[in-house]
Design a protein around this ligand. Structure first.
Ligand code: ZN
Length: 148
């Protein structure tokens, strides 16, 4: 059994291509013994994004705080999301998340533990960006690709 306060978990910078001003806290991870699902807390700061991408696993998303846009590139539209919204993104459906200059957003994501990188297609070739300090300490030691 694991019981911990969210505040005790370090935030990592999201380092996927094109990710901007995004952090991840791995609330429940494989290192805790999870062998089917992981639970992550993402935060997008102002002008943040996880770039459009798709993969062979689903996302189950719950918006905790703030607002952001869900980008649906294949439908050429965005959906405004706010606290308490629930989003299910089926496997292989392209998606991304984005905050404007006055927005921040915290959201939970449940994903399977099996997320083969070779099946993760990013629709951006830009490097990741992260400026300004984050609300929780970020350790380089913990930094790794998070394959959201
Ligand atoms: Zn994704």
């Amino acid at each position: 059994m694991k019981h911990i306060r969210e505040q005790e978990i370090f935030a990592d910078i999201v380092r996927e291509p094109g990710a901007k001003q995004a952090t991840i806290k791995r609330l429940i991870d494989t290192t805790d013994g999870a062998d089917r699902f992981v639970l992550s807390l993402f935060e997008l700061k102002p002008n943040g994004s996880t770039p459009p991408h798709y993969h062979e696993w689903e996302h189950e998303v719950f918006i905790l705080q703030g607002t952001m846009q869900l980008i649906l590139p294949h439908e050429e539209r965005t959906v405004q999301l706010q606290a308490n919204d629930v989003v299910f993104i089926p496997r292989n459906e392209p998606h991304g998340f984005m905050t404007g200059e006055d927005e921040t957003c915290q959201f939970l994501v449940v994903a399977p533990t099996e997320r083969p990188p070779i099946r993760n297609y990013f629709l951006s070739e830009e490097p990741y960006e992260f400026k300004e300090s984050v609300s929780s300490p970020v350790t380089e030691k913990q930094a790794k690709l998070s394959a959201i």
